[in-house]
Unconditional design. Structure first.
Length: 315
């Protein structure tokens, strides 16, 4: 199979038929073998009924329905486990991503040998306050943290080599930083392509301030995991050792001062150095224990179920 199109969605029943017809037209005109996988992330409208209807009309349409809303990252993760195309294309269901971009994205992966191509919505039609400005802040922070010089990490329109999506785990709100996850997994041929961004035709955006906050927290998580995820003791153990040495140094100084230089009989407990020594030794011990517990958790962890699927179509 040439292409798998993965489309996570939440309450987008008005746009699905038009999006399907547009994708099918592009695939047929380019003679691609393909599948379209819709992941219904707990929609409360008639999105799943539309997907069922589309699957009856077109056997290339497949579907996954979540029991409730788990988030875009979980939807993508579920989709990535199922698809089998040589190239995987992800796009949003709101018609703001153009399926006409698919042939060029496909060629960049197959002919030019890239592992991942991220779309760049250079000209946007989003609200500058609600989505445009937060996206710029996200992208600037992600570039600084990851070293990837991409302009638009959060663009839903991306193309992947099959091996990429089979070797990354997307959780939390980390769909924004899939290029970073791919880089951390050893896939370094990552680039971007300017894509058309269209104004929303139906419905309303699902973006809220909670995603703005969670996005930054997930960026910190990715940075930490990429640096110390396999060796937490290297961070916490180092910090703990440094803090403990500082505390011991102050305690040693206080002991010498009490024995040889304290002529006034001043109590050690009345000196600020005593509390600095005590605090740093306690914090150092806690850091060291955090690293030790992290190492134990890494060696004993088991995979946990992050979402529940209620229905599947053609899978």
């Amino acid at each position: 199979m040439d292409i798998s199109v993965v489309i996570p969605l939440l309450n987008e029943d008005e746009s699905l038929q038009e999006l399907h017809d547009w994708i099918a037209k592009v695939m047929q005109s380019n003679r691609y073998s393909y599948e379209i996988l819709f992941i219904d992330d707990g929609s409360t409208d008639t999105s799943w009924e539309v997907i069922e209807k589309l699957s009856q009309e077109n056997p290339q349409v497949k579907g996954i329905r979540f029991q409730k809303n788990y988030g875009k990252s979980q939807a993508l993760n579920a989709g990535f486990k199922e698809v089998q195309g040589k190239v995987i294309i992800t796009m949003d269901a709101d018609l703001q991503d153009s399926p006409d971009e698919i042939p060029e994205l496909y060629n960049l992966i197959v002919k030019d040998g890239f592992d991942l191509i991220s779309g760049w919505k250079k000209k946007r039609y989003d609200s500058k306050i609600r989505k445009n400005l937060p996206s710029k802040l996200f992208n600037a922070a992600a570039r600084k943290t990851s070293g990837l010089k991409l302009h638009d990490f959060n663009c839903g329109l991306k193309a992947y080599k099959k091996e990429v999506i089979k070797n990354i785990d997307v959780s939390g709100e980390m769909h924004r930083y899939i290029p970073v996850l791919a880089k951390n997994a050893g896939f370094n041929k990552i680039d971007e392509k300017v894509v058309v961004h269209q104004a929303r035709k139906y419905g309303v955006t699902k973006f809220g301030m909670d995603r703005f906050i969670n996005g930054f927290l997930d960026l910190i998580t990715i940075w930490f995991i990429s640096k110390f995820g396999k060796r937490p003791m290297h961070l916490f153990g180092l910090l703990g050792t440094i803090m403990f040495i500082i505390g011991c140094t102050f305690a040693f100084y206080l002991g010498l001062d009490k024995l040889f230089f304290n002529t006034t009989g001043r109590l050690i407990t009345t000196r600020p150095e005593f509390y600095i020594a005590l605090t740093t030794m306690v914090i150092g011990t806690q850091f060291f224990l955090a690293g030790f517990l992290g190492e134990i958790i890494l060696r004993t962890k088991t995979d946990t179920k992050r979402y529940s699927i209620s229905s599947k179509i053609n899978l």
